[in-house]
Ligand binder design. Structure first.
Ligand code: CMP
Length: 152
């Protein structure tokens, strides 16, 4: 089992799309093992987006991500990092394929609704930024025997 950090960004919360997006992850069969709403501070934004801080678009990205609350989640599942990024589609909603989350709901590169970790190291680092260890609540869903074979 793998874990990934998801942020439903301010545009997602403001557009009342959080429920629809969470449903897509649940419908796919992924486990939500942590979830909370919070206000991202400029300090947290700089830590989260450390690799982008020096880029020209960073000031706009920080202003956007701190403008309104976000919903942070940890999702758990087989190959969940890749699976979720494929569900999201390309970074820009203008380029994302129809049927993906961004392809269906976003027309923007910055306001692309959802952040998802891009690899195992990023996932571990980002989960640690948003959640204390005791805020992650693993469990075995009772539907597990109907979601995948035992040897998968
Ligand atoms: P995210 O997956 O959260 O990771 C970094 C974010 O920066 C990205 O989604 C976009 O919201 C934003 N981003 C990436 N590239 C650009 C860009 N060229 N201009 C503006 N925002 C960008």
């Amino acid at each position: 089992m793998e874990r990934t950090l998801i942020l439903l960004k301010p545009d997602c919360v403001q557009r009342r799309l959080s429920g629809k997006i969470i449903s897509r992850f649940e419908d796919k069969g992924l486990n939500i093992v942590a979830l909370k709403m919070l206000q991202v501070t400029p300090e947290l934004a700089k830590q989260h987006y450390a690799e982008h801080v020096a880029k020209p678009f960073y000031p706009g990205l920080e202003a956007f991500i701190t403008a309104s609350p976000v919903v942070a989640m940890v999702l758990e599942g087989l190959e969940v990092i890749r699976v979720v990024r494929e569900m999201l589609g390309a970074t820009s909603g203008l380029k994302a394929t129809a049927g993906t989350i961004r392809g269906d709901y976003s027309n923007s590169r910055q306001m692309n609704l959802v952040h998802a970790s891009d690899g195992p190291e990023a996932a571990a680092r980002e989960i640690g930024l948003y959640f204390k260890a005791n805020e992650v609540c693993p469990y075995t869903p009772c539907l597990t025997p109907w979601m995948k074979a035992d040897d998968e």
